[in-house]
Design a protein around this ligand. Sequence first.
Ligand code: FES
Length: 147
Amino acid sequence: MKRKEFFTTLGISASTVMFAPFLVSCSKSSGVADPGTGGTPSGTVDFTLDLSVAANSALTAVGGYLVNSGVIIAYTSSGYVALASACTHQGSQVVYDSANNRFNCSNTGSGHGSQYSVAGAVTAGPAPKALKVYNTQLTGTKLRVFA
Ligand code: FES
């Protein structure tokens, strides 16, 4: 089925498609900026990591993690987990603590040191809210991370 036929079956005219490019674009996002403080990545999170390349090799062993486009992806003993990488307190980078299967704020100074579960929930403050959770889907060596 061609694109025009597909939209016709949905009752969407060509002019609608022309003025609503978001309806036809399913491309991955790129250049998603890291959030400033305590937020989630701006823009739509939808990217794929090829685990067969060296840059992503951290995700080939349980306990490994990396940060991409404002998202921290960890290979936990239960599988892949993807969360917003900025602490919800003041935006410092969170890191995966495989020994305790949790995420820790990298800012361990006085008044900081938040901890999060692998589900993003705050388990130790002062972080005021949970980290946003993203979906993961592994197909062969391709790991898709998306909202
Ligand atoms: S920035 Fe993370 S606890 Fe303060």
